[in-house]
Design a protein. Sequence first.
Length: 202
Amino acid sequence: MARLLDAPVLPVQPFQPAWQPAPQLPPALALRQLLFGHRVTRIITVAAQLGLADQMDETPRSVADLAAAVDAETAALHRLLYALASVGVVMATAPGYFALTPVGACLRTDAPRSLHSWALMESADYYQEAWDHLLDGVRSGAPAFEQAIGQPFYHYLDQHPSDGRTFSSDAVVAYVQFLSDVMFMLGYSVAAAAPYRNCNVV
């Protein structure tokens, strides 16, 4: 957090929308792409559960070696790696060989700003169950988490220390990443945003 606290206060830029649809995509295809978002989350969280990124770096490694390292079936892992390559987490370098991208490096547990535990939280049963109650929450106005789990979110974390520790560390990472993204979207220079944008920078 020292780098965050030491960062200069930057002037506010004119408001710009945080998200704009790609002009080249027809509306139906753009919406379909958004609907597929949960599938992207799932393949990333499975990679985190396997510890896949910790077995990879920028040097290509064979699917067979990776399967042995993470205790997975080779053909199934091959399909998962291709799915991860389609969203830029890994890169296919040759038939049957994959390397980690800078995006994928954020899933390594030894990355200073690792998102590995965040990915695990996204796949946690309690977290998924809360999202499953979103419709009920919208209709009733009651917090979806409380309807799903039976108690407020922070009470649950207090009673489940392991989940609480994961969330606490993730909150710091999320704040830094959020600040970085806001700076980038508001048009600040690459140099100004640099302390926040690289998973390998402390």
